[in-house]
Design a protein around this ligand. Structure first.
Ligand code: NAP
Length: 251
């Protein structure tokens, strides 16, 4: 399905999985709002990659951990391209430590950037989507929402909050043609892994344990997100889909 005429706001889309989603949705015709917080150059590169392929992109700096900033991000998307039809909550941050060493500051930081941004960003975007009777709100979670990963405690809680947020939005918004789902990828080789103490071991273990025999790629996630944006996925409401080559179902 073409996304021509639709506008997608993708949080944290200057690099990694967010960049792949931005490029994929633009390839299918969407106008894309590339959001970054710290790495402007990466975000400009993403936007230029889209423009060089004939697409339309705007770069907007916003710390999505700040409610006003995430609402303004959506508003700027609508001002630039006329509306917002697709909101992708992809940006993530977090403090990796054992649970007993975590502090309230890390809790607020992580939950606000990862989960609150999707609750209130999705809420702001839904305002525009309701007017058109069509919309998509898609979040990116991880297996740490359900399983216990080393040092992942607060990030795991934030991912569980994301999945619950999407279920609540999904039920409230489906009557307006706004479809909400969560994609939970397995291990993906991006810069995010640099923050884990044992990156190489994580990658090797994931490959060994994945029935498909390899890791999922950013572009595979992006193509799946594009499918969720299509009308073929209109009856998939409020789910968390594991896109992990079967990793999650193995012992
Ligand atoms: N990589 C994996 O193995 C994996 C597995 C499962 C799920 N995921 C999920 O997939 C998503 C993308 O991960 P990734 O691997 O692509 O991560 P990444 O390469 O580390 O990129 C993180 C992105 O989030 C943005 N970001 C961080 N804090 C932000 C803030 N406060 N406001 C706005 N943007 C912010 C960054 O923007 P700046 O560059 O401007 O800082 C960057 O674009 C995350 O939700 C992650 O949890 C990843």
């Amino acid at each position: 399905m073409t996304l021509k005429g639709k506008t997608a706001v993708i949080t944290g889309s200057g690099r990694g999985i967010g960049r792949a989603i931005a490029i994929e949705l633009a390839e299918r015709g969407a106008n894309v709002v590339v959001n970054f917080w710290r790495r402007r150059q990466s975000a400009e590169e993403t936007a230029n990659m889209i423009r060089n392929r004939g697409g339309k992109a705007a770069v907007v700096r916003a710390n999505v951990g700040d409610i006003d900033a995430v609402q303004t991000l959506v508003q700027k998307g609508a001002e630039t391209f006329g509306s917002v039809d697709i909101f992708i909550g992809n940006a993530a941050s977090g403090v990796l430590r054992p649970a007993l060493e975590q502090e309230a500051k890390a809790w607020n930081w992580t939950l606000n950037i990862n989960a609150r941004s999707i609750f209130f960003g999705g809420q702001a975007a839904a305002h525009y989507m309701k007017e058109k009777g069509w919309g998509r709100i898609i979040a990116i979670s991880s297996i740490g929402s359900q399983r216990v990963l080393p040092e992942y405690s607060i990030v795991g809680v934030s991912k569980a909050a994301i999945e619950a947020t999407i279920r609540y939005l999904a039920v409230e918004l489906a009557p307006y043609g706004i479809i909400c789902n969560t994609v939970s990828p397995g291990v993906v080789e991006t810069e995010a892994l640099d923050f884990f103490p044992s990156k190489d071991r994580i990658i090797e273990t994931a490959k060994e344990r994945t029935p498909a025999g390899r890791l999922v790629t950013p572009s595979e996630i992006a193509r799946f997100v594009a499918f969720l944006c299509s009308d073929d996925a209109a009856m998939l409401v409020g789910n968390t889909i594991q896109l992990d080559g079967g990793y999650n179902i193995t012992m």
